[in-house]
Ligand binder design. Sequence first.
Ligand code: SME
Length: 169
Amino acid sequence: MQTVNSSFMSESLEFTKNADRATRYAEIAPQIESLLSGETDVTANLANVAAVLKQAFDFFWVGFYIVKGGELVLGPFQGPIACTRIRPDQGVCGHAYTTRETVIVPDVDKFPGHIACASESRSEIVLPVFAKNGDVFGVLDVDSAQLNDFSDIDRFGLERIVRSIEAAL
Ligand code: SME
């Protein structure tokens, strides 16, 4: 088993390179939970989660949009520069925000209103992140350069990670 161990601050991330996604989600989830349990700063935690997901899966873009004044505003992310503000009626992110549900888009060109921050993005998954009072705090957006790259394996894996983010909010 080949593992990847890279240091960031006093923590290190270990996962099995080239293992299937379910295995990698299972490997990184407890490490994210441990990472978040030791830190109360929301920006620091979101930044590290984005970094872990980028490193473990090499997704094209991984990041957060945070609800501010009724809009989604760009938060910590890994990947190319992105749109800074998304209205609730716009894009996959706005859809996940207003419906409060995870959205998987197999082909972004077929999603009405999709916002193309980068033409390389071909499919995506967006999950709402809930504040303690039940309001949507923001969304986790993961984009792939491959068509049809996300399945229920990603939904379950990322929802577990989102639950640990919510616990740390
Ligand atoms: N594609 C998203 C916008 C965010 S970027 O892809 C980073 C959307 O349609 O909401």
